[in-house]
Design a protein around this ligand. Sequence first.
Ligand code: G6P
Ligand code: MG
Length: 218
Amino acid sequence: MKKGFIFDLDGVIVDTAKYHYLAWKKLANELGFEFTTAQNELFKGVSRKRCLDILLNDIGKIDYTQEQFDTWMIEKNLDYLAFIKNMDASEILPDVPKILEFLKEESIPIALGSASKNAQPILEKVGLLHYFDTIVDGNNVTKAKPDPEVFLLAAKQLGVNADNCIVFEDAVAGIQAANAAQMTSIGIGNKNVLNESQFNFTDFTQISTDFIKNLIEN
Ligand code: G6P
Ligand code: MG
């Protein structure tokens, strides 16, 4: 039975949440409001447009035009791009390359399944792009996680049945998307938050190659 592995990007491969936070905080401050790390937590796995909807709703801003909304989206992204400009391999989360390398040695197909529209350039910057057989990101899907679209498309592009795919995710919406796609869901992060995941690890240092081998073989 052919298996496929699908990785989320932000919070699984690299910790970009801190850069998203800085960019959203800058925009919120310009609008005269605070933006907290707790609010940023709720933005994990959520599309850029949906994040802005939530931010504007939280600060009670309703008097804006579509043009203004689009300008804020562009501004947030330009700031985010400036923050990630100098990202390099040092920002890869611990032991991620070890797992990618093991999967490659076992000839297991690997996909990225991310809500971000900046996924490919980030993988290039940190030098991990070559591990991925396909990239499905915010540019390829219309329905955001928890909808399973991103993972189902990744499985299709890998040529692997959805129920033979294993997903690594750090966001609740991402775990829900993986479960909805009938995939094996592995939460990376706090197990109390990711309590819908089938397996949970604080980070990849806790995942052994034996565990991965077992997923491949069973
Ligand atoms: C990931 C992050 C979210 C981010 C989304 C869109 O899912 O966890 O915090 O909002 O991607 O990212 P983008 O790079 O397209 O703005
Ligand atoms: Mg994530």
